[in-house]
Design a protein around this ligand. Structure first.
Ligand SMILES: [Zn+2]
Length: 373
């Protein structure tokens, strides 16, 4: 099907905007050269972006002979989105701009339930954060909530939620009544995988989400997450790792979730994973013993995933903050199961180590906005 001129113009200005979001200051000519577009095409696109307040003039650049070219910059903070990652024990809040640069981040040790106190606290914290950042209500595209749950594709419905969570869909409806912003929910692992895609050029990888619960996502060659028919693709937490093993909250036994969740580690240090790794470095015997078993189980899990996908695995979630220095050891253990990966880097720490799930949740609104330019 032929594309109309209008559509070509839209695609061009969209590409221009995505490109300049990565730059500080630039001239039209630089953009034209980088994107291999004609100068009039870039000028037309920039004029439109300026008219809707997404680009502004920054000054003049030194002359290269002839008239000094005007320099521009992207108004990256013209639109922002908030991401709220709700886990069993924490609420992680971020505010990002259109370039997904973090304007605010904080981890609160709060347990959410459907009580008025919890709702008041979260609604109050959201409003206070926005006020403190001096952001106008019109600049806010929406609030993305990352949760350990299976969420419907449009982000408006919870299909199933982790048993440790004391909130349901009602919680979000009440919260939105209090704050008034558009909202979407997203599965925590999918959300973190989205963030990883945004910060990394790596195409096609498995995001292995290792937090208080375990999940994951498969990102295809196009850099898109494959959700599956029932939105359950990548639920690695509930494949069987040890038949007849520990009872899982899902009702089955021996699920990977029971062997690779990070609470197995953080429970030894009062729920603080950072402290667990600090004690592990101090060669604390109990921590070392638990870590030894954990690494064996993680290696078996990675071996299984590599056999299914044969693409790089990013070890994210809470573990992603600490795993980098243990990857060589983990690879050694995976090679014991199958030597074919020897000499090939297949396991990686995430690019975005902290707050990835919250960033990904906010990122949904940013991507939607940019796609519509
Ligand atoms: Zn299970």
């Amino acid at each position: 099907m032929a594309i109309s001129n209008m559509e070509v113009r839209r695609i061009n200005r969209n590409n221009i905007f995505r490109h300049i979001l990565k730059l500080n200051e630039f001239s039209k000519n630089e953009v034209a050269i980088s994107l291999r577009l004609s100068l009039p095409t870039v000028a037309q696109g920039m004029e439109y972006l300026e008219s809707i307040g997404l680009v502004e003039q920054a000054g003049v650049l030194p002359s290269e002979g002839g008239r000094r070219p005007m320099s521009y910059r992207c108004r990256k903070n013209a639109k922002v989105a908030m991401g709220v990652d709700i886990t069993t024990n924490h609420v992680n809040i971020v505010v990002v701009n259109m370039a997904l640069q973090i304007l605010y981040q904080h981890r609160y040790k709060e347990v959410m339930d459907e009580s008025e106190e919890a709702l008041d606290w979260l609604a109050g914290t959201i409003m206070e954060t926005i006020q403190n950042l001096n952001i106008s209500a019109e600049a806010i595209l929406g609030i993305g909530f990352s949760i350990p749950a299976i969420v419907g594709e449009d982000g408006s419905m919870i299909l199933a939620i982790h048993e440790s969570m004391k909130i349901s869909q009602r919680f979000f409806q009440k919260l939105i009544e209090r704050t008034g912003f558009p909202f979407k929910m997203i599965n925590d692992a999918n959300s973190a995988a989205h963030a990883e895609c945004s910060y990394h050029e790596r195409k096609s990888f498995v995001y292995f989400f290792l937090s208080n619960s375990v999940g994951g996502a498969y990102v295809d060659q196009e850099g898109k997450i494959q959700y599956g028919r029932l939105m359950r693709a990548g639920e690695f937490g509930h494949v069987t790792l040890h038949p007849g093993g520990r009872k899982c909250y899902c009702g089955r036994v021996g699920c990977l979730n029971e062997y690779c969740n990070t609470m197995l580690l953080s429970n030894l240090t009062g729920g603080n994973l950072e402290q667990f790794f600090a004690k592990l470095k101090e060669q604390d015997e109990v921590c070392a013993e638990v870590w030894e078993t954990y690494m064996d189980d993680l290696a078996l899990a990675c071996h299984n995933l590599l056999n299914i996908y044969d693409i790089p695995i990013v070890l994210g979630g809470y573990l992603g903050e600490y795993i980098e220095e243990y990857i060589p050891e983990l690879e050694k253990r995976v090679i014991k199961y199958d030597s074919y990966i020897a000499g090939h880097s297949m396991l990686f720490a995430p690019q975005q180590k902290r707050m990835a799930a919250a960033i990904g949740a906010a990122g949904q609104f940013i991507e939607e906005f940019i796609a519509g330019i």
